[in-house]
Design a protein. Structure first.
Lengths: 116, 115
């Protein structure tokens, strides 16, 4: 069975500092994808970054980078130079298998609050 | 980027009525759409997966007769909450995935309140 674990229910970070949101996963699929989504108070799910299990390099998208450690089954999200607008819920998610119809499962989320 | 819309964005209804929520992929063909529900301060829970032209696949514990899903075209899926009750009040979010997309794109969500 697949499982995503986020152990930080909430975090407070000073503006402009970097922050790491933890995510560990468990799967028996040899091929899988890992995602991070941001959910502000409005409720929409905003896709941030994707890492494929066979990708050799860690994914980066602007201020977001994914610290992918396959042997440890971790996929932590790093946000550099945090901004007030980064305050939101962050969900780590995983999809297993090759099929585009494979369902995504979500972690419990981390509420990030940026202090001015 | 891929855009998914949902309508309505919020709805209030009386107990016992049915509510239909639409999910549309605006700029790509969605071969698969997913329906989630999210209770306050909780994560997203997958309810069902629907493929265009076929019956939806429901997750364990989700009543298929209560949550009717139709994926009639490559750009539209609907979720109908039948005989809604207050415990059905939740945030319902759809996502869509197409043959040319590498991830699921989410709609903005629909907040359902059943009185």
């Amino acid at each position: 069975a697949q499982k995503i674990t986020q152990t930080q229910p909430g975090m407070f970070v000073q503006e402009k500092e970097a922050v790491t949101l933890d995510c560990t996963y468990d799967t028996s699929d040899p091929s899988y994808g890992l995602f991070w989504y941001k959910q502000p108070s409005s409720g929409e799910m905003i896709f941030l970054i994707y890492q494929g299990s066979y990708d050799q390099q860690n994914a980066t998208e602007g201020r977001y980078s994914l610290n992918f450690q396959k042997a440890r089954k971790s996929a932590n999200l790093v946000i550099s130079a945090s901004q007030l607008g980064d305050s939101a819920m962050y969900f780590c998610a995983m999809r297993g298998g090759y099929s585009s119809a494979s369902k995504i499962i979500f972690g419990s989320g981390t509420r990030l609050s940026i202090r001015p | 980027g891929a855009v998914v819309s949902q309508h309505p964005s919020w709805v209030i209804c009386k107990s016992g009525t049915s509510v239909k929520i639409e999910c549309r992929s605006l700029d790509f063909q969605a071969t698969t759409m997913f329906w989630y529900r999210q209770f306050p301060k909780q994560s997203l829970m997958l309810m069902a997966t629907s493929n265009e032209g076929s019956k939806a696949t429901y997750e364990q514990g989700v009543e298929k007769d209560k949550f009717l899903i139709n994926h009639a075209s490559l750009t539209l899926s609907t979720l109908t909450v039948t005989s809604a009750h207050p415990e059905d009040s939740s945030f319902y979010i759809c996502s869509a995935e197409g043959a040319v997309t590498d991830t699921q794109y989410f709609g903005p969500g629909t907040r359902l309140t059943v009185l």
